[in-house]
Design a protein around this ligand. Sequence first.
Ligand code: CS2
Ligand code: MG
Length: 414
Amino acid sequence: MSISKAEIIITSPGRNFVTLKITTDDGFVGWGDATLNGRELSVASYLSDHLASTLIGRDENRIEDTWQYLYRGAYWRRGPVTMCAIAAVDMALWDIKAKRAGVPLYQLLGGASRNALRVYAHASGNDYATLSAAMRGYVDQGYTAIRVQTGVPGLDTVYGVSATAKPGEKYDYEPAHRAADGTAATRPEEEDWDTHSYLRHVPQIFAQVREEFGPGLSLLHDAHHRLSPIEAARLAKSLEPYDLFWLEDSTPAEDQEAVRLIRQHSTTPLATGEVFNSVYDYQTLITDRLIDYVRSSTTHTGGITAMKKILDFADIYGIRSGLHGPTDVSPVGMAANMHLGLAIHNFGIQEYMPHSDATLEVFKTSYTFDSGFLHPGEAPGLGVELDEQLAAEHPYTAAYLPVNRLQDGSLHDW
Ligand code: CS2
Ligand code: MG
């Protein structure tokens, strides 16, 4: 038994995805998500130009050894591009191992520790009426946790919020943008930001949300890396009366020490890590208990082998999972998150942004959603198959994540 083929499939059914297909000499196929939003081709090249040839002939059962071979063998370690590429290989090999065993992957990770995965939805609105209608829609679908994102008076467009959607209007937020006419973008769009307008406005929105939806609904908020440590401490403290499930990415995540200041001022639970790609990014945050939830996706952090180690490490410190699950994590990557989430002890919650119909035509999934919970399904392996013929009908179209500028024109975290 050995790897006979490693192929990279780039497709864009509504948004760009990079998928690795590994085939063994006896015909087993494994899939791995290698999608890095806005920098997809870098990972595709890392796989096709640098890794694919090294995989041919390797024993596909030696997953840990392959992971170490790709991580230590790169010499230039870590970083989102490298770890996405390693993740795709790792996911594909786990997919093959579980298919060969005839079981859903979670069975090889220790079996189910829970019946299903509680998820949170994304609700947003440029004004409260639009936000409230979006939240009501999710509550009616059975969601028990909702991320709340709001527009900010005086700002045109802010992360996660449509500047134009009206109450009741469906709004599929795709963070990477093609050109306005749907063709390839050549540069990011620019959005505007003003921290103090935001800090004044957000607590009012949560007061209204609690007033309307009551104390039982779990509320989350993503500050998306935009605050200084003391601004983040102020926000966390100002949101304490509204009992958030978590405040996410309130400061630029790589500044691990910044979170210590927030912790000194507030008991609002903190989540970070979606831009992280290795356990070392978390090391201080976990050992000093500065966060409550690990936000990485399996896709960006070296795959199932690496993510399981990070989550087991976090478990020792009472920290739980809150794995990243936006539409720019492909259905393959989402399945990997789900199999891990079902098996680990310290599951917290799973982000769930349902993919578009166009995406789900190309990626055939086995996972299911029911009344606020996801389950990876019982299909052997990850339970996701890519339709290569349909994938070929959606050529890559360059798309960029926006950038943010302050009102004096200086660049700010988006
Ligand atoms: C966001 C993401 O889901 C989240 O928490 O931070 O949507 C993020 O903006 C995108 O993954 C960026 O590609
Ligand atoms: Mg986020």
